[in-house]
Design a protein around this ligand. Structure first.
Ligand code: M6R
Length: 627
């Protein structure tokens, strides 16, 4: 939700400040794309350029020199890409915002919850506010403190002490050239600084809402923590609390390369990321597998026998696609480790006064590690005595820093707003954890574990074949034939029920058509009333304990005129369906890893035929850092 960047100093040979801010915003645009803007400090004045709509609109205005011809002389700058919360996406509501005297400019990701009271107070003092945003009050409050003689850091700290809510913010002011003051409470903020080096680059610094924005500038990154305020200058950062006391923050090394976040020759990130899944599966699992021993070893001896000894129950908390992966994980943990599992939407868990049994592992699943609801639910579970664990894709994210043990998913940067490869990695990680827990508790025989791990390894070539074979043609044909259906029902049972949820979510998100995921066995309790000609049912079925039952559901749909696409490896289901998206057979417990692929591609193809903006679906943001 919103991306912010900031730059100061030398960004490298031939790298000017404003283009570098725009490059950073381009990388972060997946966080919100309602408007974009930049502000720079040039020779004692502030210049801004803000445009509603996509970043391309801002670039157009910048090309027309709207920042003025002197923009190349800027000493510090900030930028913003918006996911609107307060006020519609207009030029006037686009960040950065300034105070009336143009003493300060601010970019903000988050929500200032008491902005109305602060706004009333400012208006009573004669200040005219010009936008509908919650953010603008921050600019005026800091501006009035600067006018009263405070320096930028103390003016920002004083203002933030009065602000209720959540923020990652960055301020520049002509009164402090070459300085950015930024702060964090809630939404993430990462910083990179560098000294002059042999390549001819002078000292500089960059800030961004996530590490993707920092990758071109260095892989040594400092993550701000809640309550931190940082003074960022070329080659130097000082972190303080809002009370002014200096805080120590260590830099950590980011694994990702800048190229990992590039689109290459792919038309969309989503398609690129779907095709990365065989590698992602391998990256997340292979080095951890100990096939001989029929076990799994995690880095740093995490999830060891000792650490798992007291786990009597698991509480999964997550949102969206990560929740679907978590539900699959629940089936896996119960089957392989015989440990009871509860699963909840993080947004529900955090407000429902939950009860946690002693010995509960609170397992948060998240690609970004920054989802506000997931973090809040995890913190609550920890307060209630749960042990915090996570499956997460981002090293150094808030989630990773707040749990005792983590399984990193090694999916690489996921840019497409519709999550695909992160899901595969989360399911694979959940499988590893289930197997480890089963072995640690003596619930799973080494031989069975060995066989399962061998099957897991074998999925990579299966997935590769899926993505390079005739399936793609069949998916295109299905999208053309069924894409205009009046509705879609995705049915699955057992471990493939969450796959049905995920298939429906993908179609809704990127193709804007109504789709519902449902447990196949529940269809007769209501959704069957929707079935009639013109309704498409995707039945996900793999050989296993519920295959026959799902076949009966397919027959029930067909008897009522619904058209069925059979997805999975159950040949008998294929034989009675109107269309088939077949995947290779594998153990039922692992089948979600293959079955989800045609569903992702089906959503992609339907969205493509409809001309939807696949990587930036309307109203969505990649990382939901507000409630
Ligand atoms: O970063 P997280 O995994 O915590 O994000 C959770 C959801 O917001 C996310 O999965 C969302 O549902 C995606 N748009 C799904 O494609």
């Amino acid at each position: 939700m919103c991306g912010i960047v900031g730059a100061v100093g030398d960004l490298g040979p031939g790298q000017e400040l404003v283009p570098s801010l725009v490059d950073g915003l381009r990388v972060l645009e997946y966080r919100g794309y309602d408007s974009a803007g930049v502000a720079v400090e040039i020779d004692g004045t502030l210049a801004t350029c803000c445009r509603a709509g996509r970043l391309a609109n801002l670039e157009e205005s910048l090309a027309a020199e709207q920042l003025g011809p002197a923009a190349s002389a800027a000493s510090a700058g900030i930028g913003h890409t918006r996911w609107a919360t307060h006020g519609p996406p207009t030029d006037g509501n686009a960040h950065p915002h300034m105070d009336s005297a143009r003493r300060v400019a601010v970019v903000h990701n988050g929500i200032i919850e008491n902005y109305a009271a602060l706004r009333d107070e400012l208006e009573a003092a004669g200040v005219t506010l010009v936008s509908d945003t919650d953010t603008e009050v921050l600019a005026h409050l800091v501006g009035s403190r600067l006018e009263a003689g405070e320096d930028l850091a103390s003016a920002v700290a004083g203002t933030l002490r009065r602000a209720r809510g959540y923020y990652a913010v960055a301020f520049i002011s002509p009164s402090c050239p070459g300085l950015i003051v930024c702060a964090r409470k809630g939404p993430p903020l990462a910083l990179a600084t560098w000294a002059a080096d042999d390549s001819g680059r002078g000292a500089g610094a960059y800030l961004a809402s996530d590490v993707l924005g920092l990758l071109p500038h260095g892989r040594q990154v400092v993550y701000l923590e809640d309550g931190d305020l940082a003074l960022l200058e070329a080659g130097r950062v000082e972190v303080r609390g809002l009370d002014g006391k200096v805080r120590r923050r260590e830099a950590c090394t980011v694994e990702w390369e800048a190229e990992d976040a590039g689109l290459g020759d792919w038309p969309h990130y989503m398609l690129k990321e779907i095709h990365e899944q065989p590698d992602v599966l391998a990256q997340t699992t292979f080095e951890r597998i100990r096939e001989e021993a029929g076990d799994v070893v995690f880095e740093g001896n995490q999830w060891s026998d000792e650490s798992l000894a007291g786990i009597e129950r698991v509480q999964v908390i997550a949102c969206g696609t990560a929740l679907h992966a978590g539900i699959i994980g629940a089936y896996m943990v119960e089957e392989l480790a015989r440990v009871p599992v509860d699963v909840d939407f993080a947004s529900e868990f955090r407000y429902r006064d939950p009860v946690l049994a002693p010995g509960t592992l609170a397992l948060a699943v998240s690609q970004s590690g920054e989802t506000a609801d997931t973090l809040a639910a995890l913190r609550l579970a920890q307060e209630l005595g749960g042990r915090g664990g996570a499956i997460c894709n981002v090293v150094g994210s808030t989630l990773v820093r707040e749990v005792e043990e983590v399984i990193l998913t090694h999916a690489g940067p996921e840019i497409g707003v519709a999550s695909t490869k992160a899901f595969t990695a989360q399911v694979a990680a959940a499988f590893l954890l289930s197997l480890r827990l089963g072995r640690a508790r003596g619930a799973l025989a080494a031989r069975t574990a060995r066989e399962l791990l061998g099957e897991l390894r074998g999925l990579r070539p299966c997935m590769e074949r899926l993505l390079s074979g005739g399936l793609l043609e069949e998916i295109r044909a299905c999208a053309a034939r069924f894409g205009e259906s009046k509705g879609f029902l995705f049915l699955g049972r057992g471990v493939n029920y969450p796959v049905a949820l995920e298939g429906a979510l993908k179609l809704k998100e990127i193709a804007y058509v109504h789709a519902e995921g449902y447990p196949a066995g529940e269809m007769k309790h209501g959704p069957i009333a929707l079935v009639e000609p013109g309704m498409t049912i995707l039945a996900i079925n793999s050989p296993g304990r519920v295959a026959e039952k799902v076949r009966s559901n397919i027959e029930q749909v067909k008897a009522r005129g619904g058209e069925v696409i059979s997805v999975g490896a159950d040949a008998a289901s294929h034989a009675i369906a109107d269309a088939v998206l077949a995947v290779p057979e594998c153990p039922e417990l692992l089948s979600p890893l293959l079955n989800v692929v045609p569903l992702q591609l089906f959503a992609y193809e339907v969205a493509r035929l409809k001309g939807c903006d696949i990587d930036k679906p309307r109203n969505l943001a990649k990382s939901v850092t507000v409630e």
